[in-house]
Design a protein around this ligand. Structure first.
Ligand code: URA
Length: 210
């Protein structure tokens, strides 16, 4: 655990993650578990958002009660697997605005190329939470964060389900200011860039493709 990385070791998160890793899980079960686990991870990624107080009256007496300071949130899905994490966060923060970043890997240069970008207005005044279940090489995640910064974002967190040490290192080098929250830090990447032991291709498992 460091300032740059939080691994959420809550028993419910760990239990649900084990169910998701199991290759026998159906698409419907995988999607449902992703939604549930994301909600729990969202609780952690929003832990430090600032509070202020509001003067209210309970049925008993008046009080100054804590309430969110009003910094608006933008949730940004890194396509396509990031979409599977939107509902879980939105359940907890229904007023968040939502953006999308689409990148593919150029087979010759191996560099990420942008094919879609749509972000809410006023990114510079928002807490931006970028979501992608798998932080593998970190190349597309780092490129997505580059785009968000170019669009004005200054306060960015990265929420994923599984991270590989290689991806964490890449993100730390490219974006040391971006805190990563994950359910697990796995052992390594294999030669094809898959996280080991991992859970396979998150997009294929949640959308039933392949
Ligand atoms: N993307 C995935 O979906 N799975 C991995 O293991 C790595 C990247």
């Amino acid at each position: 655990m460091s300032e740059h990385l939080t691994v959420v070791d809550h028993p419910l998160v760990q239990h649900k993650l084990t169910l998701m890793r199991d290759k026998g899980r159906s698409t419907a079960e995988f999607r449902q578990l992703l939604r549930e686990i994301t909600l729990l991870l969202a609780y952690e990624v929003t832990r430090e958002i600032p509070l202020t107080t509001r003067h209210i009256e309970t049925p008993m007496e008046e009080m100054d009660a804590p309430i969110l300071a009003g910094k608006k949130m933008a949730l940004v899905s890194i396509l396509r697997a990031g979409n599977g994490m939107l509902d879980g966060v939105l359940e907890l923060v229904p007023s968040a605005r939502v953006g999308f970043v689409g990148l593919y890997r150029d087979e010759e240069t191996l560099k990420p190329v942008q094919y879609y970008f749509k972000a809410p207005e006023g990114l510079k005044d928002r807490l931006v939470i970028a979501v992608d279940p798998m932080l593998a090489t970190g190349n597309s995640s780092a490129a997505a964060i580059d785009l968000l910064k170019e669009a004005g974002a200054t306060d960015i967190r990265f929420l994923c389900l599984l991270a590989a040490p290689e991806g964490v290192a890449r993100m730390k080098e490219a974006h040391p200011d971006v805190h990563i929250v994950t359910a697990a830090l796995d052992r390594e990447l294999n030669s094809k860039g898959y996280i080991m032991p991992g859970l396979g291709d998150a997009g294929d498992r949640m959308f039933g493709t392949k």
